[in-house]
Design a protein around this ligand. Structure first.
Ligand SMILES: C[S@@+](CC[C@H](N)C(=O)[O-])C[C@H]1O[C@@H](n2cnc3c(N)ncnc32)[C@H](O)[C@@H]1O
Ligand code: SF4
Length: 438
C-alpha cells in the first residue's frame, strides 16, 4: 500500500490568471479534477475529487477553463504518493496520485458515461492485475540538444521529451535494459542518429530496436552488437526510411499464451500487458462458452492471439487481418501449435470484403479493432448474423458508436468488462458481449 500524502505545495511554470480556490467535484478519465467557479467548469490537472485546492487558469475557453494545481488545501483520502519520480511532468501516466481502487472506479464511471446509450447494467465486470511493472513493450523517444541526450516520453503539458532515469510501469528486466541503454547512449554518437527506440520483452528475452534517422557505420553497429551481447539483448536495426526492420526467421520473436507459442516480428502488434492478455483471452473463452459446433470469426486477429486459444475450444476459427506478414505468421503459429482447425485470411476490413467471409455458418464473431473501430464491417457482421459478438475495444467512443449500431440492428448487450490493461494511464480496454435478439 502506498503512503497517503499530506497537503503540499506544487509549483508549475507558465501560468496566467489569479490563484483561486476550488472545490473539486469529479475527475475525468484523463485524471483532471473537475471543479466549478461561478458556474463555469474548470479542469485542474492533478486535483482529485473531494479536495480543496488553489489553482491558476492557463487556458480560458468559452465553455470551460483549464487550470494547473498550485497547492492542495485539503487533500483527498485517496491521494497517494506517485510511485514514479517523473510523474509530475511525464505524460506517460496520469493516475499515479490516486489509489488503484479509485483509478478503476474513475475509469468505470467514465466508461459507463460513454456507453450509456447501449448499456443499462451498472455491473461493469472489472478485470485487473498488478498496477506497475506490467509493460512488456515501450517506445522511447530520444532527442539530443547541444550534446545533451534526453530519453523518455513526451511531457504532460508539452510535446518536449521528458528525460527519465527509470519507468516503473515497465517490467523489471526492461527497466534494467533501459538504464544500461541510457548509460551507453549518453556518450555515444548513435544517440544523434536515432529516431526512437523500442524496448520489448517476451518469452525469447529482451530486444531493443533502433529506429534510425541516419545511416550508421559498420564499426558503430559492431560496437553496439557487443553491448547487446553483454546485456543479453537482441538488437534490431530499422534503416532510415525503411517501413520495418529486416528480420530473419531466427530473429523472429515469440511469446507464450497458455501452452501456446506465438511467433511475431518485433514490430508487429502484440498486447503490451502479458498478464492481462492471458486474463483477457481466458475471459473471452469463458464468455463465448464455445463448443465443438461453433465456427468463430476472429476479426483484426494479428498473429492469432485470440484465434489460436479459441480454436482449442471451437469447431473452427477464421482469423482476418490486414497485414499479410502477420497473416503468414498466424498460419505458421497455428501449424507449429498443431491446430488444423484455424484458417487465416488477409483482408482490409474497412473495404468491401470477399463474399466467402459472409458465411452464415459462423456462429460467433470476436473483433478487436484498432482505435478507429470497425464501423465499415458492421453490416457484414449483421449479414453473417452470429448468435454472439464479442467486441474487444481500446477506444470506448468508437465502441459506443459501433455497439449502438449493432443494438439498432437486433443485438443486445449482455455483459461488459473494464479491463485495466494500462494501470496509471488514462487508457481503458473494454470487452462487450452482444447477443442476437430472438
Ligand atoms: C488491437 S490489434 C489486435 C490484434 C490481435 N487481436 C491481438 O490481440 O494481438 C488490431 C489488429 O488489427 C489489424 N488491423 C488494423 N487495421 C485493419 C484493417 N483495416 N483490416 C484488418 N485488420 C486491421 C492490425 O494490424 C492489428 O493486428
Ligand atoms: S510512463 Fe514511466 S516514466 Fe512516465 S510517469 Fe509513467 S512510470 Fe514514470
Amino acid at each position: 500500500m502506498r503512503r497517503r500524502t499530506s497537503p503540499r505545495r506544487i509549483t508549475k511554470p507558465h501560468v496566467m490568471g489569479p490563484v483561486q480556490t476550488y472545490h473539486v467535484e469529479g475527475i475525468t478519465h484523463e485524471a483532471k479534477g473537475v471543479a466549478r467557479l461561478d458556474g463555469k467548469v474548470t479542469f485542474i490537472e492533478g486535483a482529485l475529487p473531494g479536495e480543496s485546492v488553489t489553482a491558476q487558469v492557463i487556458k480560458a475557453g468559452r465553455r470551460f477553463d483549464e487550470a494547473v494545481l498550485h497547492s492542495i488545501i485539503e487533500p483527498s483520502d485517496y491521494r497517494v504518493d506517485p510511485v514514479c519520480p517523473h510523474f509530475s511532468i511525464c505524460g506517460g501516466c496520469s493516475f499515479q496520485h490516486l489509489t488503484d481502487e479509485k483509478q478503476l472506479a474513475a475509469k468505470t464511471d467514465w466508461l459507463q458515461g460513454q456507453l450509456r446509450k447501449v448499456v443499462t447494467t451498472q455491473n461493469f465486470e472489472p478485470l485487473s492485475d498488478v498496477s506497475t511493472k506490467y509493460r512488456r513493450r515501450a517506445r522511447i523517444a530520444i532527442d539530443q540538444k547541444k550534446g545533451v541526450v534526453a530519453m523518455g516520453f513526451r511531457g504532460k503539458s508539452s510535446s518536449d521529451i521528458v528525460s527519465i532515469d527509470q519507468c516503473v510501469v515497465l517490467t523489471p528486466p526492461l527497466q534494467k535494459t533501459f538504464q544500461s541503454l541510457k548509460n551507453a547512449l549518453l556518450q555515444n554518437e548513435l544517440a544523434g542518429l536515432l529516431g526512437h527506440i523500442e524496448l520489448l520483452e517476451d518469452t525469447k528475452g529482451i530486444s531493443v530496436l533502433f529506429r534510425l534517422n541516419f545511416d550508421v557505420t559498420d564499426a558503430l553497429k559492431e560496437a553496439w552488437e557487443s553491448w547487446a551481447q553483454k546485456d543479453q539483448v537482441t538488437l534490431y536495426w530499422q534503416a532510415p526510411k525503411a517501413s520495418k526492420a529486416e528480420v530473419s526467421l531466427e530473429k523472429m520473436r515469440h511469446y507464450e499464451l497458455g501452452g501456446l507459442k506465438l511467433n511475431y516480428h518485433p514490430q508487429d502488434f502484440i498486447q503490451v500487458n502479458a498478464a492481462m492478455n492471458q486474463k483477457m483471452v481466458t475471459q473471452a473463452i469463458d464468455w463465448l462458452v464455445l463448443n465443438n459446433q461453433d465456427i468463430v470469426l476472429d476479426l483484426f486477429c494479428g498473429v492469432g492471439n485470440f484465434s489460436l486459444p479459441l480454436a482449442q475450444h471451437a469447431q473452427k476459427v477464421i482469423g482476418v487481418e490486414v497485414q499479410a506478414s502477420m497473416v503468414e505468421a498466424a498460419r505458421q503459429n497455428a501449424q507449429r501449435n498443431g491446430l488444423d482447425n484455424v484458417a487465416f485470411v488477409a483482408a482490409d476490413l474497412t473495404q468491401p470484403v470477399e463474399n466467402g467471409l459472409i458465411n452464415k455458418q459462423i456462429t460467433k464473431v470476436l473483433l478487436d479493432p484498432p482505435r478507429a473501430g470497425a464501423f465499415e464491417f458492421l453490416d457484414s457482421i449483421i449479414k453473417i448474423a452470429p448468435i454472439q459478438i464479442l467486441y474487444v475495444s481500446c477506444n470506448a467512443s468508437t465502441l459506443a458508436r459501433d455497439a449502438e449500431y449493432l443494438v439498432a440492428k437486433g443485438y443486445r448487450v449482455l455483459r461488459v468488462s473494464l479491463m485495466d490493461m494500462f494501470p496509471q494511464t488514462s487508457h481503458v480496454e473494454t470487452m462487450m458481449l452482444l447477443q442476437k435478439k430472438k
